[in-house]
Design a protein around this ligand. Structure first.
Ligand SMILES: *[C@@H]1O[C@H](CO)[C@@H](O)[C@H](O)[C@H]1NC(C)=O
Ligand SMILES: *[C@@H]1O[C@H](CO)[C@@H](O)[C@H](O)[C@H]1NC(C)=O
Ligand SMILES: *[C@@H]1O[C@H](CO)[C@@H](O)[C@H](O)[C@H]1NC(C)=O
Ligand SMILES: *[C@@H]1O[C@H](CO)[C@@H](O)[C@H](O)[C@H]1NC(C)=O
Length: 450
């Protein structure tokens, strides 16, 4: 092979090599381009997929939220139901027994209020019981037609009531006692009602008067250490109560009456021994009370109208009574678990609460009430004698007097009030050694002067 041939072969080879190299390089570029194209297609697909999943997730999240809120509702409903099974409104008739003598206009307004707030005539039949021979009252009662039942008794004046010679000035108390016995006997013995709310024509009532009694009635059957529910709070002045605590209720050893619920069982017990006079002092006597308590509200469900000024015993206290401030907007008791009022649930937490609070002197407390504007603070003042109790009650402007040794609204000797945002408990100094109420306690009867 000559030189030229060799040269030619080398050149050819180089040309081929270069060609191949160029070719290969081009292929690789196309490959990359294809790869790139495939990748971007994949990317678009993946992005689409992500978007799809996100939409799905959003959709599922909404579904989940819907299910969750249904579960919440379900739980809430069931809580209401199980609660209601304990606290539900009483579904048997509760009679309203209105005692009236000679105040026609008072009666008209009282019945009008009852009818305005009553949701069911079947559950709350109204009975107006009159013992005096007052024609105007009879006419008012009859003017309400079938909405009420009017009962007329032989008037106390003509009933040959036996009154001890030294009690002639208390004649009205004997007539009232007789009237109560006749009225209660009518609704329990003749009408066979299982429960009755007792009112008088001079009482004002709150819009949720019926709901309150309807929601608390079961407690009287569930707890034999209770003997009544009262709509009244003896210290129910606006300045002495937490007017926002609409559903707050208490146990009280003080029988306050004035719009109160009793059962047929209590009538069966007390009816046969009913006294000829002073029935309210009699029912408070330890021999009748037997350590039993009543339920009472923080915010009053009954108050006194101006007609109360001329009542038999109330005239004396009217300056106080007229300041009792009714609850204005209805509370929804069906949402509240009232089991806490049963003695077994109530006593320990209540005592622990009161005796776990900071103990202040009366003066420190008074000072605090002048400074307190925020709510939520509670204090305890202790007393160890009637004088201390009376002194504290006077300074706090709560009721001073006692009946059968029980201070108004007291539970286990403890009286509470709420002044300028401060919750105050006036409590016996040594609860473990507290001997119970002393019937000998007779604080000065100066409440009428205030
Ligand atoms: C009680 O409230 C009345 C107004 O309703 C007010 O004039 C009075 O100062 C208050 N008393 C106390 C002790 O807060
Ligand atoms: C009331 O309770 C007190 C103290 O627990 C007891 O000593 C008293 O005998 C009770 N009274 C009645 C009438 O049950
Ligand atoms: C009271 O609460 C119950 C249960 O939550 C409800 O069904 C009812 O409508 C409420 N009543 C009023 C008057 O708000
Ligand atoms: C109601 O309250 C009592 C305690 O006061 C409690 O034992 C009970 O479980 C409560 N019921 C409901 C349904 O919450």
């Amino acid at each position: 092979m000559n030189l030229f041939q060799r040269f030619f072969i080398v050149v050819t080879f180089l040309v081929l090599f270069t060609f191949c190299w160029l070719l290969l390089r081009g292929d690789r570029g196309r490959d990359k381009e294809l790869e790139y194209q495939r990748d971007s297609e994949k990317f678009v697909l993946l992005t689409d997929e992500i978007e799809r999943l996100q939409r799905l997730l959003e959709y599922e999240r909404k579904k989940l939220q819907a299910v969750e809120s249904r579960v919440d509702e379900y739980i809430k409903d069931n809580r209401d139901i199980s609660q209601n099974s304990k606290t539900t409104n009483w579904n048997e008739p509760i009679g309203i027994l209105v005692f009236v003598c000679n105040r026609a206009e008072a009666l008209r307004q009282h019945i009008q209020k009852l009818l305005n707030y009553r949701k069911s005539a079947k559950l709350f039949p109204i009975y107006v019981s009159q013992d005096c021979d007052d024609e105007a009252v009879a006419e008012v009662a009859k003017s309400f037609g079938e909405q009420i039942t009017y009962i007329k008794h032989i008037s106390g004046a003509n009933a040959n009531i036996v009154i001890p010679p030294n009690h002639k000035q208390y004649t009205s108390y004997y007539r009232i006692s007789r009237h109560y016995k006749l009225g209660l006997s009518h609704v329990f013995d003749n009408q066979k009602l299982g429960s009755v709310i007792i009112t008088e024509d001079d009482l004002d009532i709150a819009p949720d008067f019926f709901d309150y009694f309807s929601a608390t009635r079961w407690l009287l059957d569930a707890d034999k250490s209770l003997y009544c529910v009262s709509g009244w709070n003896d210290n129910g002045k606006e300045n002495l109560t937490d007017v926002t605590a609409k559903t707050l209720l208490y146990r009280s050893d003080f029988f306050s009456g004035l719009g109160w619920l009793m059962t047929k069982a209590l009538w069966n017990e007390l009816g046969p021994q009913w006294p000829t006079g002073f029935w309210d002092d009699w029912i408070r006597d330890p021999a009748r009370r037997l350590n039993r308590s009543c339920i009472r509200p923080e915010v009053p469900r009954t108050a006194m109208t101006m007609f109360g000024k001329s009542g038999a015993s109330k005239g004396l206290f009217f300056k106080h009574l007229k300041q009792i401030k009714l609850n204005e907007t209805p509370a929804n008791f069906s949402q509240i678990n009232l089991s806490y009022l049963l003695k077994n649930n109530y006593d320990d937490p209540f005592m622990n609460l009161v005796y776990g609070l900071p103990k202040l002197t009366l003066d420190e407390t008074i000072l605090k009430t002048l400074q307190t504007t925020n709510t939520g603070e509670s204090v305890r003042i202790e007393y160890s004698s009637m004088q201390e109790y009376t002194n504290a009650a006077r300074k706090l402007h709560i009721m001073i007097d006692t009946k059968a040794g029980v201070g108004r609204t007291a539970y286990r000797g403890i009286v509470t009030c709420f002044i300028n945002g401060l919750r105050i408990y006036l409590a016996p100094s040594n609860p473990k050694e507290w001997k119970g109420y002393d019937v000998g306690w007779q604080p000065p009867a100066e409440t009428s002067e205030q």
